[in-house]
Design a protein around this ligand. Structure first.
Ligand code: PEP
Ligand code: MG
Length: 581
């Protein structure tokens, strides 16, 4: 039995057999072979090396001819690496001595080298790590591998992988994959958010561990604590099966409060909305008691597609959302592509620092045709009804004004074409960059509502990439700096009489949701699965308790102190819930 500790990003427990994906997303079907097959496996490896070498030689010739010798030289370097006899000896030893499959031997050795190069702290060496991964991919292909079709043909498994993109996560077949663990990834990444939306237990940021899995094995994945147990013994399995039963009982209890209002003991009403990525999540949101959709992440329409979705396709998707909510409000956010959300069709040149680059509204304003198409689809979908449109990652008033101008043009254009305009279009912005908080007094004059995106607000305030496990300790919504920005935002919005909600993941956690209510927020939008728990917490406390918490947190200097205080106070107020959070 081997226990690992990672970052819990999507609650739930899963027990099952592992399915290993290598660093390049190739499925390693077998990690071990029978000892009698060792000679065959060595032959397979040698044939694949020869085949891969031929392919690289062909790439070298083609690219030298078409692009130039500099690019051709890259393939020569890959070929040299592939033909390195030290590597061959290491692969052969793993096959002969440890009965590894050829794929697993290749992946294990090359992952180790790539990891070592990446950690040398030099850009040149990091590039070398990229070369090693390219060689790995070529060789795995020559061994007959193909990128994983995670959606089909597998039994029920727990996926283990170096990393998963949000689009790959969204493409997982929930009936086949019952949870996933990754070496990379941070607490606020979109992969984590998608996992929560899909109610798929997940642990990320485990660090290098794939090479330690010697053979197909059973794993316990605890998405509450971040614990991952490989090859669990009977006692661990029994313990977790019991916990799963207790949790199932609690979930049942929670469904009973679905139709009750989210109101504190002393009568303060809080509106609970759902964050969704796909129209298909609406039914689950309504079942969990959502009173509307506080954030529809429309970019997921693009992430799963091979080509840019047309105006018609988008109109259909947005209509579907509006018709399903039956009159409840829906905040449609315009495209928030870039950084960790990159689709199959390339819109973006690679950037060295994409989170600070051409992401979100910046990209939309650079490619106004795409934003225009989307806005046309939204306005058409809402014909005659109510529409709320929100622009993401606004940093300057100029961006907001340009986006609003495009929207006006689209409405006029559609009217000229004979479409009936929506009754009223409310326009809002996400507050997720500290610059927006600092200028909020000006912004609130020009919007109908604001929604705080704490996921990004934390990232940009703390200068800590939300998807990076190495800085996960800095990425804290309860950091005193973030708390100050939240308080300022609430104060400014309230003074201006502008509706304010929070749609970042801080809403989803019952502990921080009480803090947000204490700060003055009355609309929380969260992943559908967390709504019942949030409601349960709110219904058991008084507003006065929340306000007290929100005052007290400002006495502390560090995120750790705030965290310790919040946990203690939560355990005092809601002892039963504290055990499960
Ligand atoms: C946020 O940043 O808090 C947010 C809700 O948007 P996203 O997670 O999609 O970036
Ligand atoms: Mg955001």
């Amino acid at each position: 039995m081997l226990e690992l500790q990672g970052i819990a990003v999507s609650p739930g427990v899963a027990i099952g057999k592992v399915l290993i994906l290598d660093r390049e997303g190739y499925r390693i079907t077998r990690s071990q072979i029978d000892s009698a097959d060792r000679h065959n496996e060595l032959d397979r490896l040698r044939t694949a090396i020869a085949e891969a070498s031929k392919r690289l030689e062909q790439h070298r010739r083609d690219s030298t001819e078409k692009i130039g010798v500099d690019i051709g030289a890259i393939f020569s370097a890959h070929q040299q690496l592939l033909l390195d006899t030290t590597l061959h000896r290491e692969w052969e030893r793993l096959i002969s001595d440890s009965c590894y499959s050829a794929e697993f031997a290749v992946s294990t050795v090359l992952s180790r080298y790539a990891h070592a190069f990446r950690n040398m702290g030099s850009d040149v060496m990091a590039e070398r790590a990229g070369d090693i991964r390219d060689v790995e991919r070529t060789l795995l292909e020559a061994l007959g591998g193909a990128p994983l079709q995670v959606s089909g043909g597998l039994g029920q498994s727990i996926l283990l992988s170096h990393d998963l993109t949000p689009a790959e996560t969204a493409g997982l077949d929930r009936s086949k994959i019952i949870g996933f663990c990754t070496e990379a990834g941070g607490p606020g990444g979109h992969t984590a958010i998608v996992a929560r939306g899909m109610e798929l237990p997940a642990v990320v940021g485990l660090g290098s561990f794939l090479h330690r899995i010697a053979r197909e094995t059973t794993v316990i994945l605890d998405g509450f604590s971040g614990r991952v147990v490989l090859q669990p013994d009977e006692a661990a399995l029994k313990d977790y099966r019991q916990r799963m039963e207790v949790r199932a009982g609690r979930v049942k209890q929670l469904t009973e409060i679905r139709d009750l209002p989210a109101v504190t003991q002393d009568g303060t009403r809080v509106t609970l909305l759902a964050n969704i990525e796909f129209p298909g999540e609406i039914a689950a949101s309504l079942q969990r008691g959502a009173e509307g959709i506080g954030l529809y992440r429309t970019e997921f329409l693009y992430l799963g597609a091979d080509t840019e979705p047309s105006e018609e396709e988008q109109t259909t998707a947005y209509r579907e959302v509006l018709s399903q909510v039956d009159g409840l409000s829906v905040i449609m956010r315009t495209l928030d592509l870039g950084a960790d959300k990159v689709g199959k069709f390339t819109l973006l040149e690679p950037e060295s620092n994409p989170s600070l680059g051409l992401r979100s509204i910046r990209l939309s304003l650079r490619q106004p045709r795409m934003l225009r198409t989307q806005l046309r689809a939204m306005v058409r979908a809402a014909c005659g009804g109510k529409l709320k449109i929100m622009f993401p990652m606004i940093s300057t008033l100029h961006e907001l004004r340009t986006a609003r101008m495009l929207l006006r043009q689209v409405i006029d254009e559609l009217a000229e074409e004979g479409h009936q305009p929506p009754q009223k279009i409310q326009v809002g912005m996400m507050v997720e960059v500290p610059a927006a908080v600092l200028m909020l007094e000006r912004f609130v004059r020009e919007v109908d509502f604001i929604s705080i995106g704490t996921n990004d607000l934390i990232q940009y305030t703390m200068a800590a990439d939300r998807s990076n496990e190495y800085v996960a300790d800095l990425y804290a919504g309860h950091d005193p700096a973030v708390l100050r920005l939240l308080q300022t935002s609430v104060d400014v919005a309230q003074a201006a009489g502008v509706e304010i909600s929070v749609c970042g993941e801080m809403s989803s956690n019952p502990i921080t949701s009480l803090l947000l209510v204490g700060l003055g927020v009355r609309i929380l939008s969260a992943s559908p699965a967390s709504l019942p728990q949030m409601k349960q917490a709110l219904r058991q406390v008084r507003l006065e308790d929340c306000t007290q918490i929100a005052k007290r947190v400002f006495d502390f200097d560090t995120a750790r102190e705030v965290d310790a205080y919040l946990k203690t106070r939560f355990a005092e107020l809601l002892p039963e819930m504290a055990l499960g959070v």
